[in-house]
Design a protein around this ligand. Sequence first.
Ligand SMILES: [Fe+2]
Length: 348
Amino acid sequence: MNHLSKTSHLARGLIAATAVVFSFTGLAFAEVNIYSYRQPDLMAPLLAAFTASTGIETNIIFAQKGLEDRIHAEGRNSPADVLLTTDIGKLGQAKKLGIAAEITSPAILKVVPAAFRDADNQWVGLSMRARVVYASQQRVAVDDLSYADLADPKWAGRICTRSGQHSYNIGLIASQIVRHGVETTENWLAGVRDNLSRRPTGNDRAQVKAIFSGECDLALGNTYYMGLMQTNEKDPDQRLWAESVKLIFPDKSTVGTHVNLSGMVLAKNAPHLEDATKFMEFLVGKEAQRLYAELNFEYPVRTDVAVSDRVQSWGHLNPDSLSLSEIAATRRAASLLVDRINFDGGPQ
Ligand SMILES: [Fe+2]
């Protein structure tokens, strides 16, 4: 079930049914309805700051999947104003389903670089996460690698990763297709597959655990997992996994490291267009940008907002400047490629 939290005084007006329905008392008041893939506890401080500074209340529902489909199914009666996502796959899907309005606010477009926005401004990025290499402190001497290096036979039996079909790997593979074309990327990916120490399995953190336990020496993973492991109170073992690795930012001194985006969509049928726009403008403001990125150990999309000390300690991010919009549009080609070479079958 979706987690539902209501920050406005109309909490009692909410009706939960097969779909959650935001209800209205007939009184006109300022509010924004947010459908979110971001965890409510990550969003809470930001929502409180937004309400404190604008007087606009927020209603948020959270789910791990299906929010774009839900807005699409709700159609013209959808209560959704803003969709918050954590991956370009879902941003691209919102556009494809036709549920996204063009974002026209100059206050937003002026501060978010074009590479981190949809070509038609149907979504705007809020924070970046880099897809980096986690490398064994003990067994990997190098501090610099390219994505291309991962196909070098010298790493045979030493690389592990989650499924090639996971959206994080699809984003990376799509970026390689945009840059090098399908054929070169196919050869590269087959080389990576043949260097795997095992069939792709588990999530990003499970790969770091595998490095810790000696199963492999290099793994693909998103940067923020380093922060989530380093500060893990519930599972202190994860701190040991994190201590066993260093982060290598592939291609850092050439074309830059692949990044994915968390971002926002303005719903085409947003019932509170004006307040929704204020909320989105708030999220790209300097203070919210700092907070939004810091809460999940990410990088602000604004170039004039500094990253947190912890994130900075992992090394400097030089983000690949390929258009994320173009990468999102290439995801299907990447997915077909992963299947064609049976990447998830492991070394062949
Ligand atoms: Fe993640």
